[in-house]
Design a protein around this ligand. Sequence first.
Ligand code: CMP
Length: 139
Amino acid sequence: MAGNITFTMIKPDAFRAGNSGTMIKMIQEAGFAIKAMKLTQLNAKTAGAFYAVHKERPFYQDLISYMSSGPIIAMILEKANAVEDFRKLIGATDPAKAEEGTIRKLFATSIEANAIHGSDSDENAGIEGDFFFSQFERV
Ligand code: CMP
């Protein structure tokens, strides 16, 4: 059965552009409850660790620079079928391929500066949530 928790980050481009409030409103209106939220900033070390799975990709160094270029908002979200439903709400990684009305279609500016992150599995939602929220207790 699909889990009821996912993890998201509003990325530096979207925070800088002042889109965080609108994006959080869209997330809540789509039925996600915010269980934990933190405004913080990654550095090369923490961004590198978070995206370690992409270490061999050609875009890794750029991704680390971009993800540590300004504040981000990390959140743990709760909803039935959270991972899949959240990925539908945010749309494809590449905003050019994202469906109309999705968060990335509305706010992302490129495949890298794509406004928001969403976990791709229940397992990663747990790992990524733990990365930012050591005190979070799953119910
Ligand atoms: P995210 O869903 O957070 O997961 C990995 C991130 O790497 C992705 O969003 C983008 O920000 C970035 N990314 C993925 N593919 C590419 C690519 N082809 N070129 C540049 N950045 C990418």
